[in-house]
Ligand binder design. Structure first.
Ligand code: GLU
Length: 449
């Protein structure tokens, strides 16, 4: 059976490079085996979830090249969660508790003072029907806890290997709040079962939820109903702090506005914190072929925005014309010279937007920039006849070298400045045939052309 995975963000902000790490690792995992990738919005918290964030997340994933096979919203699936809660109540695994937060806090302090672990003491299990009726008559509403089996739960983690958690060391988790709303745990398991998720791949901040969820999978779906789990390490900022949707600094939206390449974001998000070098890639398929769970480190990994910028430029420097053509056309760069133009300039790009600068040099009009009038006049007189190709520049400058005795910067710099209006840039051997003789002549004559 092909694998089915899900990426399950809460739409409470723009996603950042750390969220994208999870999304991509899931996506790359199913890309290899032609499985399915489900985007699940964990939007049961209606006060904090926003449609605009959900749309932005879809947009960010699309920009990265991730097209979900299915999109679901938890906010539209409450009947499923209600049915699951009823099922758990029916088998005695979901029980009502009436303690207030203050009462629980007092109990925790008492336990800690006695050197006991601060876990819920299950006092509510001893309430009689009459006790409950009295509490409710006094206006108390119950929250509902999942009755854990006090056993050691084992799983074979895709990243962390053989893992286990002793459920006797955990409090019975609250699944339903006093106001009837659900915490994340139950809806997540219900959806994972309903959507037949085969692998749950997520950040290691969720390891502590896994044993509880495995017990829930089994309570709702029967023995062996739990999928395979994999918990990858988390990314931190360059100074070692956790990433947060709130900070916005490393949000995908911001990186995109800064002109960072999506494939660079992908390579950085996936390869940082692995034993592989962070290197440029030409496609997500290539990244999928490179990615291996056994290469993921167990330690947190620092994400360095400066490294991302360099990687983005390197990604452009090796991008094929086929990959660039659509974007070039959107920038108004097409026609018979587009391919040669791309190969001439890609090695000089920091961001894709820089193509506009060089297209203006090749096709547009630039202001005159003559530095050394006599030399430039001599150069103009020696301009070869057309047709021009990649060797024209060498022929012309060799001729100039012998005639003027100039070499190095004294030879090349005035020519570059006059022909391109810039101090630096792509190889002139490649640019010159694209500029063409008429424009070159005019520019060497000091005319705007
Ligand atoms: N909404 C949860 C989160 O963003 C999903 C966790 C999971 O993948 O199970 O952390």
């Amino acid at each position: 059976m092909p694998p089915v995975v899900r990426f399950a963000p809460s739409p409470t902000g723009r996603i950042h490079i750390g969220n994208v790490r999870t999304a991509l690792i899931n996506f790359l995992f199913v890309t290899k085996d032609r499985g399915r990738f489900i985007l699940r919005f964990d939007d049961t918290d209606v006060a904090r979830s926003k449609q605009e964030y959900a749309e932005a997340i879809e947009e960010d994933l699309k920009w990265l090249g991730i097209a979900p096979d299915l999109i679901v919203h938890q906010s539209k699936r409450f009947p499923l969660y209600d049915a699951a809660a009823a099922k758990l109540r029916g088998v005695g695994r979901l029980y009502p508790c009436y303690e207030t937060a203050e009462e629980l806090e007092r109990r925790r302090k008492r336990q800690q003072a006695r050197g006991l672990p601060p876990i819920y003491d299950r006092a509510a299990l001893t309430l009689t029907e009459a006790d409950r009726a009295a509490l409710e008559a006094a206006g108390r509403r119950p929250h509902w806890r999942f009755l854990l089996d006090h056993v050691v739960v084992h799983w074979d983690d895709l990243v962390r290997g053989a893992s286990h958690i002793d459920c006797a060391s955990l409090s019975d988790p609250v699944l339903v709040r006093e106001d009837g709303t659900y915490l994340y745990t139950l809806p997540s398991v219900v959806d994972d079962l309903d959507l037949e998720i085969s692998h749950i791949i997520r950040g290691e901040d969720h390891v502590t939820n896994t044993a509880v969820q495995i017990q829930l999978f089994e309570a709702l779906g029967g023995a062996n109903a739990a999928p395979v789990f994999g918990h990858h390490n988390l990314l931190t900022t360059a100074s070692g702090e956790g990433l947060s949707k709130r900070s916005g600094a490393l949000s995908i939206g911001t990186l995109r506005e800064e002109g960072i390449e999506p494939l660079a974001v992908a390579a950085c998000a996936v390869l940082t914190g692995t034993s592989d070098s962070v290197h440029p890639v030409q496609s997500l398929d290539e990244l999928a072929a490179d990615f291996d769970f056994s290469h993921v480190s167990r330690n947190q990994a620092r994400f360095d925005p400066a490294e991302l910028k360099t990687l983005s430029a390197r990604t452009l420097h090796q991008m094929s014309f086929a990959a660039a053509a659509g974007r070039l056309a959107l920038a108004g760069i097409s026609g018979p010279n587009a391919e040669a133009f791309w190969f001439a300039v890609r090695g000089n790009l920091e961001t894709f937007g820089d193509v506009a600068i060089w297209w203006a040099v090749v096709e547009g009009t630039i202001a005159p920039a003559i530095e050394d009038a006599d030399f430039i006049a001599a150069a103009r007189a020696l301009l070869p006849a057309e047709p021009w190709n990649q060797t024209t520049w060498a022929e012309w400058t060799n001729l100039l070298k012998t005639q003027t005795n100039r070499k190095g910067r004294a030879l090349y710099h005035p020519l570059r400045l006059a022909l391109t209006g810039r101090e630096q840039g792509p190889e002139l051997a490649a640019l010159l045939p694209l500029i063409g003789r008429a424009k070159a002549e005019a520019r060497l004559s000091g005319r705007a052309a």
